[in-house]
Design a protein. Structure first.
Length: 194
């Protein structure tokens, strides 16, 4: 049996922790709950991340990095159907390979937990940039009544498309069912187009 590398263990811990923080918030997630969900001891988690705060910081940094990488992957494409298709496919792949981080990226724009949204504030501009929003439109806490109808519609379509991806990944427990990724990417891209 091949023993997982330290990096692979950290990857698994960070993704599980991301999913727990996305659902339960910072206060509702304990190091013990991360240990229970990963099958490692609390001591093993604390040996890698010496406190809940440092674990949370590592999760947030990783989420910001993933959002930035996804944004960079579509940066050279003009806004439109091709960019949307590539962005959605990237989010689908990220959500299946790192379901906790996919959920946490959604929490950046949807979580009622203000602490989580504030911690993820650096991801939000990347998320909106991926889908062609301007910097003015990309601010996380804009009052929807201040947005133009066109921008509001686009934001709703982005949330519905990505939310549908996240819900499907969660419902399938990130099982990589043959044909599901392209189907999900296609449906999410259609949602963006309207």
């Amino acid at each position: 049996m091949v023993r997982p590398t330290r990096a692979a263990l950290d990857d698994a811990i960070l993704d599980v922790a991301a999913g727990l923080f996305a659902v339960r918030g910072f206060r509702g997630t304990s190091v013990q709950s991360v240990a229970d969900a990963t099958g490692y001891s609390k001591g093993a988690i604390l040996a890698r991340f010496s406190s809940k705060e440092l674990l949370f910081d590592a999760v947030i940094e990783r989420c910001v990095s993933m959002a930035a990488a996804l944004s960079a992957s579509v940066e050279s494409l003009p806004a439109g159907a091709d960019r949307d298709a590539k962005a959605v496919a990237g989010f689908v792949d990220l959500s299946f390979s790192h379901p906790g981080n996919g959920a946490l990226l959604m929490a950046a724009i949807l979580s009622p937990d203000q602490e989580i949204r504030m911690a993820l504030d650096r991801t939000t501009p990347h998320i909106w940039n991926i889908f062609g929003a301007s910097q003015d439109d990309a601010r996380a806490d804009l009052d929807a009544s201040l947005l133009s109808p066109k921008v509001l519609e686009r934001r709703v379509r982005v949330v519905c498309a990505l939310g549908g991806v996240s819900a499907t990944v969660s419902a399938t427990e990130a099982a990589d069912i043959p044909g599901l990724r392209p189907l999900l990417s296609s449906i999410a891209a259609e949602t963006l187009r309207g």
